[in-house]
Design a protein around this ligand. Sequence first.
Ligand SMILES: NC(=O)c1ccc[n+]([C@@H]2O[C@H](COP(=O)([O-])OP(=O)(O)OC[C@H]3O[C@@H](n4cnc5c(N)ncnc54)[C@H](OP(=O)(O)O)[C@@H]3O)[C@@H](O)[C@H]2O)c1
Length: 290
Amino acid sequence: MKILITGAGGQLGRDLIRVLGQAHECIPMTRASLDVGDEAAVRACFESVRPDAVVHAAAFTQVDLAESHLEEAYRVNALGSYYVGLAAEAFGAKLVCVSTDYVFDGMKGSPYHEEDRTNPLSVYGRSKLLGEQFVQKVCPHHFIVRTSWLYGRGGNNFVTKVLALADRQQELTVVDDQFGSPTYTYDLAECIGRMLATERYDTYHVANSGYCSRWDFARAILELAGRTDVTARPITSQGFVLPAPRPQHSAFDDRGLRKNGFPPMRHWRSALGAFIHTDWKLEETEHETN
Ligand SMILES: NC(=O)c1ccc[n+]([C@@H]2O[C@H](COP(=O)([O-])OP(=O)(O)OC[C@H]3O[C@@H](n4cnc5c(N)ncnc54)[C@H](OP(=O)(O)O)[C@@H]3O)[C@@H](O)[C@H]2O)c1
């Protein structure tokens, strides 16, 4: 297949190229080469590439900044998904639209499955949900893939932030009352590859299995990276106020994957170990030699 990838410069985008590029022709589009919020540019891109499939990974992902940059968040996350959905439908391309656990309010108290009621708390969550709804309206051949707590190579994510802080501090404070499923972008890219080989169009929750608090996650990062000299101290989110509210418990139930016959995702801890021992170690070595 010829697969167009939007947001190709992001952490998921890079792993999509790495994974899908093994069996397919990937056409990577970074923000500089395609602004998804520009309808004419999106159409022209599809016109020239004529892809068989598109993985729409571009997004305005700065959750806190989105609160004060509402127009740009909606332009990219809602309208961008609309334009990509329209073009995918017009050119007969399968569409994977990547979305988020932040479409939920986190109040359910148990893992969310795909049919659960959405109720985003933030501008980011609302703009992503509107993007999903546009895609559902305009492009029947879609996979909506909600994911959570992503980390991957070259990304500015929780794992790299914890490890950078560990180089400077003996003790880190981390919230222990937010729960979710950390997800390695490489594993997500593999799952997207499996979906694209089918026509099992649906909405999916795709995260590494199991869930944990941010504090558990930080402790696992330090342990797996051999940083047992640094401790993580738990605090409540009341002591760590951010501009955008986060869902408190946004772990996923992978009912969609099971229903459609896709294999389960490996456990978050095993994926984290794989990331730290390969991609992160490699980045560290590159950093040291530069
Ligand atoms: N990160 C998470 O924890 C998380 C959790 C759940 C869901 N998701 C979703 O997963 C997907 C991938 O996220 P990620 O973690 O890979 O994010 P990321 O690293 O921030 O990548 C997003 C990419 O989109 C690009 N972009 C921003 N505005 C654009 C525009 N107008 N046109 C084209 N490209 C644009 C960004 O370019 P610049 O780098 O130039 O800004 C960036 O390269 C997104 O849909 C996100 O909403 C992420």
